[in-house]
Design a protein around this ligand. Structure first.
Ligand code: MN3
Length: 213
């Protein structure tokens, strides 16, 4: 559950509430994730979360606040659960797109490989744990790599929840809602996770997130 990180005024606390441009062309992740999936996942699902968030804050004290400020405020108010779900889903999708990159650009920096071997024993063990987090998240949710106190770990969250708090930083995420993979993989969530991890992860971005944490 999200906790108070209002003292943490990093740049990422200033994300505007809008549908960001994708960091690559819609067909750039093919054949692992199709343009068809992205038409719906980005063009319909992500856009709907943005539209609903803006609708829910319109005319309230949260209008004009950053995405993170809205998420934190909504997370503390049970009456704002609907707002939390939509705003957090905007944040999670923003982060998910940046966690992915075309296969030709998905290469692991040596510095990150060393960190993964240090904290998980081996690269294979890391990948297996990440797939397992996504597979054991019952129903909709997210698999995450989290950085806290100089150490990497793997988590899963249901629905729209994020794992980040003041001193815990999400450094990578994978969407395991069915809408993320059903058009391309049908019910085969494991195949989606393994193929994405082996081909599309933006490891440079993950390392960047660790370094700035
Ligand atoms: Mn999604």
């Amino acid at each position: 559950m999200t906790q108070d990180i209002s003292a943490n005024k990093h740049e990422w606390m200033k994300t505007p509430i809008e549908l960001p441009e994708l960091p690559w062309e819609k067909n750039a992740l093919e054949p692992v994730i199709s343009a068809h999936t992205l038409e719906f996942h980005y063009g319909k699902h992500h856009k709907a979360y943005v539209d609903k968030t803006l609708e829910l804050i319109k005319g309230t004290e949260l209008e004009g606040k950053s995405l993170e400020e809205v998420i934190l405020a909504a997370s503390k108010d049970p009456a704002k659960k609907g707002l939390f779900n939509n705003a957090a889903q905007v944040w999670n999708h923003n982060f998910y797109w940046k966690s992915l990159t075309p296969a030709s650009k998905s290469s692991m920096p040596e510095a990150l490989k060393a960190m993964l071997e240090r904290d998980f024993g081996s690269l294979e063990a890391f990948k297996k744990q990440l797939v397992n987090a996504g597979m054991t998240q019952f129903g909709s949710g997210w698999a995450w790599v989290v950085y806290e106190g100089g150490k990497l770990s793997i988590e899963k969250t249901p629905n729209a929840e994020e794992p980040w708090t003041e001193n815990r930083h999400a450094v990578l995420t994978l969407d395991v809602w069915e809408h993320a993979y059903y058009l391309d993989y049908q019910n085969k969530r494991q195949a989606y996770l393994e193929t994405v991890i082996d081909n599309l992860v933006n490891w440079e971005y993950m390392l960047h997130n660790i370094e700035k944490a």
